[in-house]
Write a protein of this length. Structure first.
Length: 318
């Protein structure tokens, strides 16, 4: 084989795509992924491809506001199925057992973890986390076992033997053995900012347990698009700052310290990886240059993800 042929082979190998799991947290994650699914549907006639999986998590299951980025008539075609979504509602009266042997009487209650002023506001948390990171993280922790079950199904589907062959029917070249994970959330809403780190750590842990490689990417939005004068906008700014402060050590490339954490319902302790994301994109729109409104900026992110999906994985001439 000539040097030119070897070089072409190496480039083609490096540019092959991987099976990809898209995880959307909170309203931002939902709207971005719904629009991405709509773009895929328009081009391929279905909202997901054989090598893509979607998972949407949110505490707001009562009256979620769907972005105007999706035509109303198209929503039924791109909505998430039960295998692609998880409601994170919880209650301060639900017991949390510390191990399987803890009795109902000995179980602590999640409301006792919070400041009394917050515990009185938590309710059933089915209408959203109310721009409180503690609520979002608590809700995810309470549903960690259900999350791992849904993720386990997605991993099995993405790692099946025929995924590469199925991808070729749509004109894609897919390399197996590694799963790409893309986590999309805002850092200023309670649900996503509270859950995105724990969610990603569990995903990394499960992929390693399955003997698969992984590449993790985060698309994290900041609140610059909102007017900073009112109370809600100031709370969002404070929330984003707190989220970034917590994220910072999780992006460290320092030596892994081997720490792990036991989540409820997950058999083995979850190793806390450093860095948790291989690449984290921070997206802001302080000058509102991406679009004229919030929906527009989320559509821009979805357009970017769709272009990335096609450019990374599509066969030449496909």
């Amino acid at each position: 084989m000539s040097q030119v042929q070897r070089k072409k082979t190496a480039i083609n190998s490096e540019t092959r795509g991987e099976p990809t799991l898209y995880v959307g947290l909170g309203g931002t994650g939902r709207d971005v992924l719904l629009h991405l699914r709509w773009l895929v549907y328009q081009r391929y006639g279905q909202p997901a491809l054989p090598f893509t999986e979607f998972l949407y998590l949110d505490t707001n299951s009562v009256t979620p506001t769907i972005s105007s980025a999706i035509p109303v008539a198209a929503l039924e075609r791109v909505r998430f199925s039960p295998d692609e979504s998880l409601e994170l509602g919880t209650s301060p009266n639900l017991p949390v057992r510390n191990g399987e042997d803890t009795s109902e009487d000995d179980a602590i209650h999640v409301g006792t973890w919070l400041d009394p002023a917050l515990a009185g506001c938590i309710g059933t948390m089915t209408g959203g986390a109310g721009v409180v990171r503690s609520f979002g993280r608590l809700a995810f922790w309470h549903h960690a076992a259900e999350f791992s079950e849904i993720v386990g199904g997605a991993i099995r589907r993405l790692s099946r033997a025929d995924v590469g062959e199925e991808a070729r029917r749509f004109g894609f070249s897919i390399a197996t053995g590694t799963i790409r994970v893309v986590v999309v959330t805002s850092l200023y809403g309670g649900s996503g900012s509270g859950a995105f780190i724990d969610c990603s750590q569990i995903l990394r842990h499960m992929l390693r347990e399955a003997g698969l490689g992984s590449r993790f990417f985060a698309v994290l939005t900041l609140p610059g698009k909102f007017d900073g004068k009112d109370l809600v906008a100031r709370r969002m700014a404070a929330l984003a700052y707190a989220s970034l402060k917590e994220l910072d050590p999780h992006l460290s490339h320092d030596a892994d310290d081997g720490k792990s954490y036991q989540f409820p319902g997950i058999p083995t302790p979850v190793h806390l990886f450093r860095p948790v994301f291989d690449v984290a994109y921070l997206v802001d729109d302080a000058r509102r240059t991406l679009a004229a409104n919030v929906d527009g900026s989320l559509r821009t992110i979805a357009d970017w993800l769709a272009a990335d999906l096609v450019q990374r994985s599509h066969l030449p001439g496909g």
